[in-house]
Design a protein around this ligand. Structure first.
Ligand code: GBH
Length: 454
């Protein structure tokens, strides 16, 4: 049950979910500051204003990660810290990430830097946001600024985390910032997010130093048809198309999948008009590895009326239902299906030929601190089963190079506020006291051994 030599074991966070300090160091507002201030958008009226106070406590948090035995930290840079108005670099903002990276290196932790995990500068949203093509160019400029500042110490670069969420939840269903509800707009935003990835990858590749590696992280929800009829298989095709292939295929150089383009053709046509000559080549910029974010599959079933709107609000989905998960669920209600992770990694490896990194995997459960301990047996089991699943994919030939637990810390879980805990480390949001959970110790032991227990 040993993992390949050099396998990266780590934990992940995202700037808006953990940093707090939203007005410090000259940081400008992001779309999430604005969105969270709108009553009814986030559970409990919560925001990331303080979150885990990681902006001040990063050194202690890195210490906890390193002491557990984890060798890598996947974090994101807040664009509105580095460019408060979305365009002008801020030395004070960059200085925070300087300190963070130096602390990681001091503790022998590999920094894995994500440039965009959803906190768009509000000024750029005001100018048009991701539905505006210009935002992709602004992103490439921002990427170069961060790379110029940190490229002497950071080798591992991820452009964008989960363009699916940024586009379809941000501009389609509207459950994420900026809260726009329009699927034609969401499709255009998706294209510009992918374009931003391609433009930034090109720009950084041309300035890369030896050892630099570039990637993006996609979230995958494999579709499990809840039956074997042709209608079931069609429902699964549709869901897999818009959720997974719509993002994966263009990144792999295959362009947008024709069947998905047909599915979304009824959304007004601005998407088709937004794709210009050369864009598909730009999006296909070579990457060194693919970040795979996996939590749960989707069980899909057809509806008798093929025109009935799907209860899964994504563009192009009609006539299908996404059913509640089967078996023991996480606190979020998500199905636990480790075998789906094995088949996903095998599929992605075969289709892409790329090295893969599990950039996020984890589960929320209700945790209790009892005498300074958190006995989160359900989460330990989730990690154990999913690590077995990763190991099975490696045995089957997939080139998986790393595994990052979501998340290092309990944190601001977007629209769910502080109601879903994903951390290896418990955070008391009243006192900011950290308590390492059993799952953190477990993952640390696995990391130190580079092997699963027999
Ligand atoms: C990740 O996204 C995020 O990267 C991270 O910031 C977050 O904290 C973590 O997961 C836990 O939520 O398909 O329309 O029915 C999670 C990806 C995408 C999973 C949306 C649930 C359901 C929406 N999520 N999906 S839909």
């Amino acid at each position: 049950m040993t993992f390949p030599t050099g396998f990266l074991w780590g934990a992940a966070t995202a700037s808006y979910q953990v940093e707090g300090g939203v007005r410090e160091g000259g940081r400008g507002p992001s779309v999430w500051d604005t969105f969270a201030a709108v009553p009814g958008k986030v559970a409990g009226g919560a925001s990331g204003e303080i979150a885990c106070d990681h902006y001040h406590r990063y050194a202690a948090d890195i210490g906890l990660l390193a002491d557990l035995g984890l060798g890598a930290y996947r974090f994101s840079v807040a664009w509105p810290r580095v460019m408060p108005d979305g365009r002008t670099p801020s030395a004070a903002g960059l200085a925070f990430y300087d300190r963070l990276v130096d602390e990681l290196l001091r503790r022998d932790v590999v920094p894995v830097l994500t440039l965009y995990h959803w906190d768009l500068p509000q000024a750029l949203e005001d100018a048009g946001g991701w539905p505006l093509r210009d935002t992709a160019s602004r992103f490439a400029e921002y990427a170069v600024v961060v790379h110029d500042a940190l490229g002497d110490r950071v080798d591992q670069w991820t452009t964008i985390n989960e363009p699916f969420c940024a586009a379809f939840l941000g501009y389609g269903s509207g459950v994420h910032a900026p809260g726009v509800q329009d699927y034609d707009t969401a499709l255009v935003a998706a294209h510009h997010l992918l374009l931003a990835h391609g433009l930034a990858t090109r720009a950084l590749t041309s300035r890369a130093r030896p050892g630099h590696e570039f990637s993006l992280a996609l979230n995958f929800a494999p579709a499990l048809p809840d039956g074997t009829s042709p209608a079931h298989l069609e429902a699964a095709r549709k869901f897999d198309g818009i959720h997974n292939r719509f993002f994966l295929d263009p990144v792999l150089g295959r362009g947008y999948p024709p069947d998905v383009l047909a599915d979304v053709a009824g959304h007004g046509g601005r998407f088709a008009a937004s794709v210009r000559d050369g864009d598909t080549d730009t999006i296909a910029a070579a990457i060194d590895w693919l970040g795979v974010n996996y939590y749960a599959p989707a069980r899909v079933t057809p509806l008798a009326d093929p025109l009935a709107p799907s209860n899964c609000p994504l563009p192009g989905l009609r006539g299908l239902d996404v059913l509640p998960g089967a078996g023991p669920l996480t606190a979020f209600g998500w199905e636990q299906s480790p075998s789906t992770l094995t088949s996903l990694l095998e599929r992605l490896s075969a289709e892409s030929g790329l090295p893969l990194v599990v950039a996020e995997n984890g589960a929320s459960f209700v945790d209790k601190v009892v005498s300074g301990r958190v006995h989160d047996a359900a989460r330990v089991n989730y990690f154990l089963e999913h690590l077995h699943a990763v190991h099975a994919a490696i045995r089957a030939g997939a080139d998986v190079r790393g595994y990052f637990a979501w998340s290092l810390l309990d944190n601001f879980e977007w629209a769910m506020g502080y109601t879903q805990r994903f951390g290896l480390i418990h955070v008391d949001f009243e006192t900011q006291v950290r308590t390492v959970k059993d799952s953190g110790r477990f993952l640390g032991r696995v990391a130190r051994a580079n092997a699963l227990p027999e």
